[in-house]
Design a protein around this ligand. Structure first.
Ligand SMILES: [Zn+2]
Length: 391
């Protein structure tokens, strides 16, 4: 221990930096592998692979001998370099390498070590299967759904298994079957039902509510095998993509789904943009200014006009208020002091020169004019029945 501290104390700053750099390079190599290969390499490095040598130490196997050739120890070294049953599977120039060098070297050698171990385990356990394909040819026919969490908030994630891979994420209040049904029904109502829904064996998905909903929409449920996330690999892969966009762009998952749906999935090929697989109209990039055709505005008003504005709950005796036209929205819609109004609720203020005279010479008060009654100027016809009476 002492030697270790002394050695660490002697290293210079540059050396320490280079050590960190080397470590990060090694992490990059591991990250470049597929998930399965990375797990395999991690098991080999920590000496906990599913080989008899380590299994017998943990009591999971009665013997430590090789299942293929019968050698006394089925260790990592034996499987990678010495097992004669694996001779044909090793690439040229592979045998008799140093185990440490192999397991801490660059990406290609790590991947090769993982491949060899996988081949050995397949042969030893004699369990093989053909890789399935979850994708289908038609869009919006099969949906893969799941519940995932981002920063502690649950989301219902939905991915189309067609070539478009259109994605929808909905924030959930909780993970109950009720909340999932509500969102799923809304999606079906907006976008139409699908033929099949692929989901995991979670309690919420296998509940009676979800089954009822799918039966009402004539959609058949398909549950993936338990403890095999790859059975719903499309949606699991989508979680990683959306969370990575969200984390790197520091945006919400909803915004990340928007960018995912409007970006090409392969290079710059426009045909691989997910939203185009299900929409007949094109989405506008938020940074591009929208182009709106100016409407024909032959409004009878112009900006700055003084108008009478009809108040709410108006009676025939209500005095209309004055306002100024601030904007012309269309020929029928005019903004008066910032509030959009219909032209039928406006009257132009007519400037009458006599009105000025009236203002300067106000009419006499009602009390003064109470003596003389005013009658309309039009002619009134006397009703015919009055002719029979002498008035
Ligand atoms: Zn062997």
């Amino acid at each position: 221990m002492k030697e270790c501290w002394e050695k660490a104390a002697k290293t210079t700053h540059d050396e320490r930096l280079s050590q960190i750099y080397e470590a990060s390079k090694r992490a990059d190599d591991l990250n470049a592998l597929t998930r399965g290969d990375a797990v395999q390499v991690f098991r080999l490095r920590t000496n906990h692979p599913l080989l008899q040598c380590s299994m017998s130490k943990r009591g999971w196997s009665s013997t430590a001998s090789c299942r293929l050739c019968g050698y006394e120890s089925e260790s990592t070294e034996h499987v990678l370099f010495f097992c004669p049953a694996m001779r044909n599977s090793r690439i040229a120039g592979w045998s008799r390498r140093d185990r440490k060098k192999v397991l801490w070297d660059g990406t290609p050698i790590l991947a090769e070590a993982a491949r060899l171990t996988r081949v050995f385990l397949q042969r030893a356990t004699n369990v093989t299967h053909e890789t399935g394909d979850l994708g289908i040819e038609e869009n919006w026919t099969r949906l893969a759904i799941d519940v995932t969490h981002y920063r502690g908030i649950p989301y219902l994630s939905v991915v189309d298994c067609g070539p478009g891979r259109f994605a929808i994420w909905r924030e959930l209040k909780n993970e109950t079957s009720f909340a999932i049904c509500k969102e799923l029904e809304q999606i079906f109502c907006e976008r139409g039902p699908v033929a099949e829904v692929l989901m995991d064996n979670g309690a919420a998905f296998s509940s009676a509510e979800v089954n009822d909903l799918l039966r009402r929409w004539s959609t058949s449920p398909f549950f993936r095998a338990a403890h095999r996330a790859s059975g719903n690999g499309i949606v699991e892969r989508n979680h990683r993509t959306i969370k990575a966009i969200s984390e790197r762009g520091r945006v919400s998952p909803m915004k990340a789904v928007f960018w995912y749906n409007m970006s090409p999935r392969s290079g710059q090929k426009e045909a691989t943009i997910p939203q185009r697989s299900v929409h007949s109209y094109s989405w506008r990039h938020p940074d591009v200014e929208p182009h709106i055709e100016p409407q024909e505005s032959r409004s009878s008003f112009s900006i700055g006009d003084e108008v009478w504005v009809k108040p709410a709950a108006v009676k025939c005796t209500t005095q209309w208020e004055k306002g100024n036209v601030s904007k012309i929205n269309s020929k029928n819609n005019v903004e008066v002091d910032g509030v959009p109004r219909h032209v039928l609720d406006l009257r132009p203020v007519v400037v009458n020169p006599e009105a000025d005279d009236l203002e300067s010479h106000p009419l006499p008060d009602d009390e003064d004019s109470a003596g003389e009654r005013r009658y309309p100027q039009r002619l009134r016809r006397v009703p015919t029945w009055v002719e029979d009476y002498v008035l």
